[in-house]
Design a protein around this ligand. Structure first.
Ligand code: 13P
Length: 217
C-alpha cells in the first residue's frame, strides 16, 4: 500500500500526523518528528519548523547515507529515523515525541513492565528506556536501536519516546497506546509497586491479538 502512495500524498500524510500528534497532546511545539520510508530513502519533517505552517514542500527527502534534499535541514533526529528504517524492512514509519507521561518515566530512567496486557502490541513484556545521550547524536541512535530490539517502541532517558510502525497510522496508534501505558504505570506508582503479568501471560496475548486495532504483529 505504501509503495503505491505517491510522494505528495506521503508528504501531506506526515504533516497531518504531526498536527494530530500535537492536537492529541502526544507532543507539543516543534519537538517531535516523523518519517516515512520513500523509495530508497525517507521523507522526514524539517528541524524546528512549526507544524501548523508546514506545506508538503517543507518535508525533506533523505538518502540512506544522510544526504538531504529540500529547502530546510532535516529533523535533528534524522539518524535514528534513518537507522530504524535501515534496520527493519517491515517498518515504514517512525514517530518521535515528548509525551508527558512517557517523558516522566524516561526522566526516572524506568522501563515500563508488564502492567497491562496491551503492552503485548509492542512485541514483548516491557518497554525499555534507552540510556541518555544528547539529542541528534549517533550515540542516541545506537542506544535507541538497542532499546527497540524486538519492540515497536522505546523510551529515551530524559527526552521522550520512539514508535516504529508498518505505516504512519500504526506508528501514531502505538504512540497513543504507549502514552496510555505510561500514564497507567505512573498512576500505579502513586499507589505502590504494581502487580505484573507473567511472561507467559504476555505471550498468550501476543498469540491472540494479531489484527486487533492497528496491530499487525
Ligand atoms: P527537530 O525539531 O530537529 O525535529 O527535533 C526536535 C526534537 O524533538 C529533538 O529530539
Amino acid at each position: 500500500m505504501l509503495d503505491n502512495q505517491n510522494e505528495d500524498d506521503k508528504r501531506q500524510e506526515i504533516i497531518d500526523c504531526c498536527r494530530k500528534m500535537n492536537a492529541s497532546g502526544l507532543n507539543q511545539g516543534t519537538s517531535g518528528n516523523v518519517s516515512l520510508r520513500h523509495g530508497e530513502g525517507l521523507l522526514i519533517t524539517p528541524t524546528s519548523r512549526p507544524y501548523d505552517s508546514l506545506t508538503p514542500e517543507d518535508i525533506v527527502y533523505l538518502d540512506m547515507d544522510g544526504t538531504s534534499h529540500g529547502r530546510w535541514q532535516p529533523s535533528s533526529e534524522w539518524r535514528f529515523h534513518r537507522d530504524v528504517l535501515a534496520a527493519r524492512p517491515d517498518t515504514h514509519a517512525v514517530l518521535h515525541a515528548h509525551p508527558t507521561f512517557c517523558t516522566t518515566l524516561a526522566i526516572m530512567e524506568r522501563d515500563i513492565p508488564p502492567i497491562h496486557y496491551m503492552i503485548a502490541v509492542f512485541g514483548g513484556p516491557n518497554i525499555r528506556c534507552a540510556p541518555y545521550a544528547i539529542y541528534g547524536s549517533e550515540e542516541l541512535s545506537n542506544l535507541a536501536l538497542e532499546a527497540l530490539e524486538g519492540r515497536k517502541a522505546c523510551l529515551l532517558a530524559h527526552h521522550g519516546m520512539i514508535a516504529a510502525g508498518s505505516d504512519l497510522a500504526q506508528a501514531f496508534w502505538l504512540g497513543e497506546e504507549l502514552e496510555t501505558l505510561a500514564r497507567q504505570y505512573h498512576g500505579c506508582l502513586q499507589l505502590g509497586e504494581p502487580l505484573l503479568l507473567s511472561a507467559q501471560q504476555i505471550q498468550d496475548v501476543i498469540d491472540k491479538i494479531s489484527g486487533y486495532g492497528l496491530n499487525d504483529a
